[in-house]
Design a protein around this ligand. Structure first.
Ligand SMILES: [Fe+2]
Length: 317
């Protein structure tokens, strides 16, 4: 793809990764996102890399978020169920399933690097989201750098500051240390007054600083989007400091700990986080994977909500 994919304003360069940004792209014109391509992608994606979720409409409690499976449905049947139902389909790491998505991912981040001096990203990934009219994603925070790219349909993203009360330091540390699910964050409707609200239509994208809590609400139409994740040295340093703060917290108490990524204390924290990662990595290799997903519905294009309840079972991820 040789044409430029991003529209970029001069001021975006200084703000990228430092504040929530609403930007424009042309990736939505790619044939990779036609219905036929998406059907092929669903069929090609290993089931272990597919999440399908539902949640009652107009509910913001993340504990109501349910995990389902696709049974033996074809990609076309899954698309039909999403169009009529109340479903959120998440195809993880599509660049690993089809290198064409990886080429698009590299092209997008190549252009970002052209615009942002010193920006060097790695461990990038792309996931595709196909979601029903009026579906929403509850308030949560992600660990890597995040962007949300709109391909079709309309949605509204609410992005909140990555600081208390929106993101208490202890909650962030627990997410980084994987002690909590990323959805276990306290949400209060009063937070919305300080959210950056981004309305996304085809060709829009949004990106925000590391760990900013966010939630997303679809308008009354099927939404095709993709998300990208990336790491930079700065993101990794911030992650290591939060990781070490979480480990040190039992000794240092309930007060807020420094989140600085420079200076002697930060260097000690990089060492603490690195040593812990090596140790727990060695321990994890001796343990079987933990069972952590409870599957309790199956997608069904004939059912009113696009799914039927099934006897719950657990899968390891
Ligand atoms: Fe997210």
């Amino acid at each position: 793809m040789s044409a430029r994919l991003l529209d970029w304003r001069a001021e975006d360069s200084a703000h990228f990764g430092r504040r929530p940004l609403a930007l424009r792209h042309r990736a939505h014109l790619s044939p990779l996102f036609s219905d036929a391509a998406l059907i092929r992608l669903i069929d090609a994606t290993p089931r272990a890399k597919i999440h399908v979720n539902t949640m009652p409409r107009n509910v913001r409690d993340p504990r109501q978020w349910r995990e389902g499976d696709l049974g033996k449905l074809s990609g076309a049947a899954v698309m039909a169920a999403v169009a009529k139902g109340n479903l959120w389909l998440h195809l993880r790491r599509v660049h690993e399933t089809d290198p064409a998505y990886g080429e698009l991912l590299d092209a997008l981040f190549g252009e970002i690097a052209d615009h942002v001096p010193g920006f060097r990203s790695y461990r990038r990934s792309m996931s595709v989201l196909v979601s029903s009219p009026k579906m929403s994603v509850a308030y949560h925070s992600d660990v890597p750098g995040q962007s949300l790219w709109q391909v079709r349909g309309n949605k509204r993203a609410y992005v909140y500051p990555a600081a208390a009360p929106f993101l208490p330091q202890r909650a962030l540390e627990n997410i980084v240390l994987k002690r909590d699910r990323d959805t276990d964050l306290p949400y209060n409707a009063s937070f919305d007054a300080q959210a950056t609200v981004v309305d996304l239509e085809a060709g829009d994208w949004a990106t925000w600083p590391r760990a900013c809590p966010h939630r997303v609400v679809n308008e009354d139409c099927v939404n095709i989007s993709f998300t990208t994740e990336h790491w930079t040295d700065d993101l990794r340093a911030g992650y290591a400091v939060d990781y070490a703060n979480g480990l040190l917290r039992p000794w240092l108490g309930g007060r807020d700990l420094s989140r600085k990524t420079h200076g002697p204390a930060a260097l000690v924290k990089f060492g603490v986080a690195g040593a812990h990662k090596v140790l727990t990595g060695q321990l994890a290799r001796r343990r079987p994977p933990r069972l952590d997903l409870n599957i309790d519905f199956r997608v069904d294009p004939a059912a009113p909500g696009g799914f039927v309840d099934i006897a719950p079972y657990r899968v390891a991820r």
